[in-house]
Design a protein around this ligand. Sequence first.
Ligand code: FES
Length: 100
Amino acid sequence: MVWKRVAEKNEIPEGKGKEFIVDGKHVAIFNQNGYHGLDSICVHQDGSLAPGKLDGDVVECPLHFWHYNIKTGELLDYMKGVKMQTYKVEVKSDGLYVDV
Ligand code: FES
């Protein structure tokens, strides 16, 4: 795993997410009670989770409203046992880093 700088420290407002492409991976980073990173491409039909509505630890895919836990990556409806890859995110002095 390698830490990569992806953004300025204050680039993602509280309660929002943003998608970054890091080493070819689409990673959604959410600023919701700390930073949380997970694969951003929904397993249903490839919607981006990054602009999805947040409710606590849950993000809702904007396309057809499937739900994922942003801390565990777990899909919460329709299919059992589906988990997105999650990524550690850290705020360092010069920006926001994700461990890919
Ligand atoms: S693409 Fe995400 S719910 Fe359909």
